[in-house]
Write a protein that binds this ligand. Structure first.
Ligand SMILES: [Zn+2]
Length: 240
């Protein structure tokens, strides 16, 4: 039995019984967890708006046994991310981030890099306009921190540097293939331009301000989306 305090971001919440809520949180200390907030749907609940999706809060959780759902004792808002809720495009961008984190992370494993990425990512959703680019960059970084970083500097088979016009991304192997090697395998492949490969490489290395100085053409954005969708589908065993 233990009581612990941690920073958390609300991933989602569902109704439970008459007045309770079952909340999925990404916590700094224990990764993704589910907790029951008793009375959270009552009009004057002590949780107030702290359990709305995307809210960054400080929570006190009670864990009786690892096999029993945790109970939430207290939740205090640190950052409400109110501006996200005022705009449908921002809600969609934030929802995609939360969905990716929920799908990729197992329960109960702390991942401080992804916690920090989601917290800063939601802050960027509030203030940036290039939301599609922001979401793609978030996806690339999230995969990296979850242990699925794509290999993009060389061909996965012949190990030559990727510099040709024809480059392919292999979702099954998580990296690039040169045109000659791509012809030798039967796995599904995504064609990508060398410019898109360079962009994908840069995203893993730059800070947010740097990322928003990068220019991506609509074609590059579409290629990045196709690559990421195919990679997620392979990793998760289903489309996101
Ligand atoms: Zn090759």
């Amino acid at each position: 039995m233990s009581l612990f305090e941690t920073e958390a971001i609300v991933l989602n919440g569902i109704r439970l019984g008459e007045a309770d809520k079952l909340v999925t949180l990404l916590t700094a200390k224990k990764g993704k967890v589910k907790a029951v907030a008793n009375g959270a749907r009552r009009p004057r609940s002590r949780f107030g708006a702290a359990l709305e999706p995307f809210t960054h809060c400080n929570v006190i959780l009670f864990e009786k046994k690892p096999t029993i759902l945790m109970r939430m004792n207290q939740a205090d808002i640190l950052q409400p991310f109110m501006k996200i809720r005022e705009d449908l495009d921002r809600i969609n961008a934030a929802a995609r981030m939360v969905q990716i984190v929920s799908a990729l992370l197992p329960e109960g494993e702390a991942n401080p890099e992804i916690f920090s990425l989601l917290r800063t990512g939601l802050g960027e959703v509030e203030k940036r306009d290039r939301l599609e680019w922001l979401v793609r960059a978030f996806e690339i970084r999230c995969l990296k921190h979850a242990g699925y970083q794509a290999r993009l500097d060389r061909c996965l088979i012949c190990h030559r540097e990727i510099d040709s016009i024809r480059v392919y991304f292999s979702p099954m192997n998580g990296g690039t293939l040169c045109g000659s090697c791509a012809r030798t395998i039967r796995d599904p492949l995504e064609p990508v331009s060398p410019g898109t490969v360079s962009l994908l490489r840069l995203v893993g290395r730059m800070n947010w301000s740097g990322l928003f100085r990068l220019k991506a053409t609509p074609r590059m954005l579409q290629e990045v989306k196709s690559v990421m969708d195919a990679h997620f589908t392979f990793i998760l065993g289903r489309p996101l």
